[in-house]
Design a protein around this ligand. Structure first.
Ligand code: ZN
Length: 291
């Protein structure tokens, strides 16, 4: 059975992109991908455990280019909890994963959030987001205090307004980011060869990232949550129950899948199990060999 992914790295020219594990989740597909049950997983049984739940990796991508160190998303934080009948999540490894790369939090110059769901913002501050938000917690600062923090404006406006879905922890995430957050726009270059791509649907201001390097004719797209599982390469109609706009999310996924079918395009799926880097070939998933 396929397990959550471990560290992996890819080079695009002189740029490296490294998957840094923070933790993992196990999810009940009946809750998460309603269209996938009861029969959809028969073709993908290697992804399910004995309960019929599927694993997701949860972590961050470290992009190092031209003396810059960027983190894409901030994992779950130091949490370990069960949502009865729906999912279980455990995080906490991101600082150790960063240390393996020889970096501390002070070395990160940019944090960019694909979106603000709980499993992407966990290390925003020194308080871990909780599934229920207890009173009385105090944040003393941002984990990556010397970094710029980038998010799209529609994403920030949605979650700081009156969202119709469970959103980021106000104490651990929104308050410490307020006044610090900067807005990134579609196609904006946030570091040499690193651009954000507007890929809304899962959330109103969802971003993906495009990584290129003049020394390489390949390109890498960090998906964010346009897909949660490589099974969606073949089953693109499996819409996530937590998509704020499922129809738009599906259209975005189809649009991105066409991009991903372009030869020389490598995909990074932060929630993919087994291996987060791979390629799409004729709507089938081809994991990149390790190493
Ligand atoms: Zn996610």
């Amino acid at each position: 059975m396929i397990q959550p992914a471990s560290r992996a790295q890819i080079s695009i020219g002189a740029t490296t992109v490294t998957y840094l594990p923070d933790g993992h989740g196990w999810i009940n597909p009946a809750v998460f991908f309603p269209a996938s049950v009861p029969d959809g997983w028969a073709r993908h049984a290697e992804y399910l455990d004995e309960r019929g739940w599927f694993p997701v990796s949860v972590g961050a991508f470290l992009i190092r280019t031209a003396g810059r160190s960027l983190l894409v998303d901030l994992g779950l934080g130091e949490v370990d909890y069960v949502l009865e009948g729906a999912a279980e999540f455990r995080g906490g490894a991101l600082p150790a994963s960063l240390a393996v790369e020889g970096l501390s939090s002070a070395d990160v110059d940019t944090v960019v959030f694909t979106h603000l769901h709980h499993d992407h913002v966990g290390w925003t501050s020194d308080v871990a987001p909780a599934p229920a938000f207890p009173d009385g917690r105090r944040v003393s600062g941002l984990t990556f205090g010397s970094a710029r923090h980038l998010v799209s404006e529609p994403e920030w406006r949605y979650w700081t307004g009156e969202p119709g879905f469970p959103g980021p922890d106000p104490v651990a995430v929104l308050e410490p980011l307020a006044g610090r957050v900067e807005f990134a726009e579609d196609r904006q270059e946030i570091a040499p060869g690193v651009r954000v791509l507007a890929t809304s649907g899962h959330t109103p201001g969802h971003l993906s990232l495009l990584v290129t390097d003049p020394e390489d004719d390949r390109r890498l797209i960090i998906l964010g949550d346009v897909m949660h599982s490589q099974v969606q390469v073949a089953e693109s109609h499996w819409t996530c129950r937590f998509d704020v706009d499922p129809d738009h999310g599906l259209a975005t996924r189809e649009r991105l899948l066409k991009e991903l079918e372009t030869p020389g395009t490598i995909l990074a799926g932060g929630h993919f199990a087994g291996q987060v880097f791979g390629e799409v070939r004729q709507r089938a998933w081809k994991a990149r060999d390790r190493g």
